[in-house]
Design a binder for this molecule. Structure first.
Ligand code: DC
Length: 211
């Protein structure tokens, strides 16, 4: 019997990893987890609860997290992304969210998970690992369009600054930093349409499955 298909999709903010991951989940009929939403929920709840994202408030939010809150559109705002990145630096927060993500990866059906440390920490044995990236300018423009589409009033230059700061924090932290796994395949979506990125992702997964 072949092992269930687990696909890890990592990459920086607004790289297109969510689009690639949802496309793969639909294509292969697999459950999908956007792990960034877990950190967003923790950041938002920690701030709501204590007025700031501290290690204690974020750890308490992570331990008590109810996955039902992940559907809340408030988690998709610019502010939630910033709070998420602050909460994500704490090892105790990452540890509290680990089991949920590992269980999601281990369900018998297989799974697609996107995030920063899926191929390195959460599902190191995933059959296919993609590292999706794009230039900071392209990512900023995508995120800006997305936020404007959600009704947020934001400046492109501010979003580019956010993206650069977030890259620094996500890559520079000691606990499970954003890192391409040795056995991941790089997919640069800077010059690709959504269809081209989806097609390239499918080919990467098919190659990994054939190994
Ligand atoms: O993918 P996103 O923009 O929704 O992620 C929000 C933040 O959460 C990101 O800046 C870092 C953190 N994160 C993480 O540390 N590990 C993950 N697996 C997913 C997200």
């Amino acid at each position: 019997m072949t092992a269930p298909l687990v696909i890890a999709v990592d990459g920086p903010a607004a790289s297109g990893k969510g689009t690639v991951a949802t496309g793969l989940a639909t294509l292969y009929g697999l459950p999908y987890l956007d792990s960034g939403l877990l950190y967003r929920a923790v950041g938002v709840l920690a701030e709501r609860g204590s007025g700031a994202v501290t290690e204690a408030s974020a750890e308490a939010a992570a331990r008590g997290l109810d996955p039902k809150v992940l559907d809340d559109p408030a988690l998709r705002t610019r502010a939630a992304g910033e709070l998420a990145s602050q909460a994500a630096v704490f090892p105790s927060v990452r540890a509290a969210l680990l089991i949920f993500q590992r269980d999601f990866a281990a369900q018998g059906s297989g799974a697609v998970i996107d995030g920063r440390d899926i191929g390195t920490v959460i599902a190191p044995a995933a059959r296919a690992k993609l590292f999706v990236t794009a230039s900071p300018e392209v990512r900023a423009e995508r995120r800006w369009k997305q936020l404007k589409g959600q009704g947020e009033s934001v400046e492109l230059a501010d979003i580019l600054t956010d993206i650069r700061l977030r890259d620094e924090r996500d890559s520079g932290r000691a606990a499970a930093p954003l890192l391409m796994a040795d056995d991941a395949v790089l997919l640069d979506t800077s010059n690709l349409s959504i269809e081209q990125a989806a097609d390239a992702a499918r080919r990467i997964v098919e190659t990994a499955r054939a190994l």
